[in-house]
Write a protein of this length. Structure first.
Length: 133
C-alpha cells in the first residue's frame, strides 16, 4: 500500500511580536530613567548628615559650587544680588524654603556669607541640603 508523502511545511518561529514587546519595555525604562535623574540644582558633592529631614514646602535652591560661584535655581548670581533674587522668587510663592546646596569643598566663610544674606530676608526659612548616610 502506497501512502503519498505530503511535503511538510517548514516550522517558522515568528519573533517579530516578541521584538516589538522588548523594544516597548526598553523604551519605557529609558524614558522613566530620565525622570529619575532630573535634579533642580547644579551638581555638587553634598556633605552627609545623620539628622537630615525632607522639606515639604516649595523650594528655592541656592547652590554654592566648589569654585564659590552662586546660583539661584540654576541661574548664576553674584552675592550682592542674591538677596534681591531670592526675594523676587519668594514674592511669587506664599510658603517657600530656601535650600542651600553647598559643595563640601566650598570655603566655610563663603557659605556663611550666603546664609547671612539670606537671613536678612523677612520670613525666610533656611535649610542646608545634605545626603543621608
Amino acid at each position: 500500500m502506497y501512502v503519498p508523502e505530503e511535503p511538510e511545511e517548514a516550522f517558522e518561529l515568528n519573533i517579530i511580536p516578541m521584538i516589538d514587546v522588548i523594544f516597548a519595555i526598553l523604551t519605557f525604562f529609558i524614558i522613566s530613567s530620565l525622570f529619575l535623574t532630573r535634579s533642580e540644582s547644579l551638581p555638587v558633592n553634598l556633605p552627609k548628615a545623620d539628622s537630615s529631614e525632607t522639606q515639604e514646602r516649595t523650594r528655592i535652591t541656592v547652590t554654592v559650587e566648589a569654585s564659590g560661584d552662586i546660583a539661584i535655581n540654576r541661574d548664576a548670581v553674584e552675592l550682592e544680588n542674591l538677596q534681591a533674587g531670592v526675594q523676587t522668587l519668594m514674592d511669587q510663592v506664599q510658603e517657600s524654603v530656601i535650600v542651600i546646596n553647598a559643595d563640601e569643598a566650598v570655603v566655610h566663610g563663603r557659605v556663611i556669607a550666603v546664609m547671612d544674606e539670606l537671613r536678612e530676608i523677612e520670613g525666610a526659612v533656611l535649610g542646608i541640603a545634605t545626603e543621608p548616610p
